[in-house]
Design a binder for this molecule. Structure first.
Ligand code: NAD
Length: 497
């Protein structure tokens, strides 16, 4: 039996410290309807606390506050914005244990992984505190020599940031930090399943010196009713969304009315290709990270293991041995590496996908079933011999199920890897450098992990191609998602002299 590493008193302290209202114009308050949303611990099914359930009028009030604060925030110096973000980073690091516990309680992942997310999420604050002072333009002579061109950047204006439940902190910092660094104000709409981390983070930002109205947070069960009026409001200048592709597509339709700037971080269906010359130790290690991190609930999770037929048996046997050693339990328990899934629907989906694959000839090597008892757990699972046409190959599993199929040569491996509407990340394991370079040019993906199982890093441009989205978060590119480019032409200063 695993044992809890946190006491009931610690849980209570962390949850009770979270402000549960809407954060608008620097003040916390209830929803105008008085309604609330229960936040549930997926490991137990128990309600942790209730938070405000915003109405469309509350959403518009938050936009009013962001619009009112925009000019003054844009007028602050880049150094000032940088230092505010740096203070937020320092505060987050001081409180890393509390943020990690809060995240585990509302989302379920093991505490170690939540600590990892605090580090990863915090890095966006540090990175963009550094980027805030490095926005530069350019000056040049036009080809005809008749004028001088100046290119400058300025903040796009008030932004709506919509985030998912699977990385409650990092998906928020990945948007809020570059927006603030660029001089934009924001309304944040966190996922209704995991609002607590964002609310606690908003309080931390205020403490770090973010002025009233620069960051506003609305939690709601009526995402569409609250967000759509903002998206159609000409005062909003940018929408940044992380979530599923169908919702992203709906938001793009709404955003077209005002020709709104958008960034879309959408779903994935990552291939994980193991070639015959791969270092199998590294491939197995990479597979465990790429599949089981975040209980498999990551847009970057490896969804399709495509393994060369000559190494498939050995790879499968080694992976199965590792998966049998994973311990399932509440994320707050000692030694747990696989926590609960977010809800019953997620468990049903994983189960359905396994049954469909088996119905088409796949073999369950280990796992394959929901776990009885309270909480929403699914056994860590390996299925091999997954046949073409299986639903698991075209659907984001979002659960701890590792699905293996085989290929014959490089051309077939690339064809299978690209056989998806998505293109967020791919993983490939090979010792052949030239092959690695060919893959970088041929795989239809925004990111490639070559002999590694995790690619996310604040210093790198994160994002996808095809139905996985538009735009990039992090890296030198991330701040430009929140900046307009303005070009100024002036006459040749030497003309007539
Ligand atoms: P989701 O699309 O259901 O919800 C995401 C957010 O959008 C939530 O805050 C939700 O309340 C809100 N939302 C839903 N419908 C809306 C509407 N009509 N108008 C406005 N807001 C709306 O996704 P989810 O289940 O929370 O997250 C999982 C999905 O997110 C997966 O597909 C995953 O791949 C994707 N994801 C992508 C990335 C990335 O960087 N590409 C990162 C994490 C998660």
């Amino acid at each position: 039996m695993s044992r809890p590493v946190v006491t009931a008193a610690e849980r209570r302290r962390v949850v009770e410290a979270v402000p549960t209202g809407l954060f608008v114009g620097g003040s916390w308050g209830p929803s105008s309807s008085g309604d609330t949303i229960d936040v549930v611990d997926p490991a137990t099914g128990e309600v942790l606390v209730a938070v405000a359930d915003a109405t469309p009028a509350d959403g518009l009030r938050a936009l009013d506050a962001a619009v009112a604060a925009q000019d003054a925030w844009a007028a602050t110096s880049p150094r000032h914005r940088s230092e505010v973000l740096r203070r937020a980073f320092d505060l987050l690091m001081q409180r890393r244990d509390d943020f990690a516990l809060l995240m585990t309680l509302e989302m379920g992942k093991p505490l170690d992984e939540s600590l990892g997310e605090v580090t990863y999420g915090g890095e966006f604050l540090r990175w963009f505190s550094e980027e805030a002072v490095r926005v530069s333009g350019r000056y040049g002579t036009n080809p005809e020599g008749t004028g001088r061109t100046t290119v400058l950047h300025r903040p796009v204006g008030p932004c709506l940031l919509i985030t998912p439940w699977n990385f409650p902190l990092a998906m928020a910092t990945r948007k809020i930090a570059p927006a603030l660094a660029a001089g934009c104000t924001v309304v944040v709409k966190p996922a209704e399943l995991t609002p607590l981390t964002t609310l606690a983070f908003a309080a931390l930002l205020a403490e770090a010196g973010v002025p009233d109205g620069v960051v506003n947070v609305v939690t709601t069960l009526s995402a569409n009713d609250v967000c759509e009026p903002l998206i159609r409001d000409p005062r909003l200048r940018k929408l940044s969304f992380t979530g599923s592709t169908p919702v992203g597509s709906t938001l793009l339709t709404q955003a077209s009315e005002q020709v709104l700037r958008t960034s879309m971080e959408l779903g994935g269906n990552a291939p994980f290709v193991v070639f015959d010359d791969a270092d199998l130790d590294a491939a197995v290690e990479g597979a465990m990270q790429a599949k089981f991190r975040n209980v498999g609930q990551a847009c970057t999770a490896a969804n399709r293991f495509i393994v060369h037929e000559s190494v498939a048996d050995e790879f499968t046997a080694r992976v199965v041995e590792r998966v049998r050693g994973l311990r399932v339990g509440a994320g707050t328990d000692d030694g747990v590496s696989v926590g609960p899934l977010i809800d019953d629907r997620a468990v049903d989906k994983a189960h359905r996908l396994v049954r469909d694959a088996v119905g088409r000839g796949a073999v369950v090597e280990t796992g394959g079933h929901p776990v009885d008892g309270p909480g929403t757990f699914f056994e860590p699972t390996v299925v091999s011999g997954v046949a073409p046409g299986s639903e698991i190959l075209t659907t984001e599993i979002f659960g701890p199920v590792l699905a293996i199929s085989t290929f014959h040569d490089e051309a077939e491996g690339v064809r299978l890897a690209n056989d998806t509407e998505f293109g967020l990340v791919a993983y490939a394991f090979t010792r052949d450098l030239a092959r690695g370079q060919r893959l970088a040019e041929r795989l239809q993906t925004g990111m490639l992990g070559l002999n590694v199982g995790v690619v996310s890093n604040a210093s790198a441009p994160f994002g996808g191609v095809k139905s996985s989205g538009l735009g990039r978060e992090g890296g030198a590119e991330g701040i430009h998602e929140y900046l307009e480019t303005v070009y100024v032409l002036t006459p040749d200063p030497f003309a007539g002299s």
